[in-house]
Design a protein around this ligand. Structure first.
Ligand code: FEO
Length: 171
């Protein structure tokens, strides 16, 4: 059985994962509005992956005999200054999520809840990927700068993510 504290912390994390999905959906809509359909596809794939993250937590709480309680999801921004600004915001968000996952691990260890500690290790590894993929796009966008041709190419590259089924993450 999960402790009340652990259950509350995981319920808060479920809300954070659902917010992540909502935020990435908002980023996808922003990219649609500026004709970056590849980047919009990348963000759409990310939004779906966040739903998987939330669902994994929900299943875990249920498996441990706990109770999932859904909370209101905060309104995400709807505008960003540029493509780079959007991906920088995504990277910053993932860094924040990583620190939330780390805090959950610390709580599980404080409570000697080894099952939750073990379960959370999937998220610890996933956050390495989450940060790395956003950071890679940020680096490429900085290299591209104001080049229209470069932007066209990266949009095509980002669009390929939506076409390839996720295998190494999100499951
Ligand atoms: Fe669910 Fe992007 O962390």
């Amino acid at each position: 059985m999960l402790s009340e504290r652990m259950q509350k912390a995981i319920n808060d994390q479920i809300n954070a994962e659902l917010y992540s999905s909502y935020m990435y959906a908002a980023m996808s809509m922003y990219f649609q509005s500026v004709d970056m359909s590849g980047a919009a596809g990348w963000m759409n794939a990310q939004a779906k992956e966040e739903l998987v993250h939330a669902e994994k937590f929900m299943n875990y709480v249920n498996e441990r005999g706990g109770r999932v309680t859904l909370q209101a999801i905060e309104k995400p921004p709807s505008e960003w200054k540029s493509v780079l600004d959007t991906f920088e915001a995504a990277l910053k968000h993932e860094q924040k999520v990583s620190s939330m996952i780390n805090s959950l691990v610390t709580l599980a260890r404080d409570e000697k809840d080894h099952m939750t500690d073990n379960f959370l290790q999937w998220y610890v590894a996933e956050q390495v990927e989450e940060e790395a993929s956003a950071a890679e796009v940020v680096r490429k966008l900085k290299l591209i700068g104001d080049s229209g041709g470069g932007m066209f190419m990266i949009d095509n590259e980002l669009g390929r993510r939506g076409l390839v089924p996720e295998t190494s993450s999100g499951e």
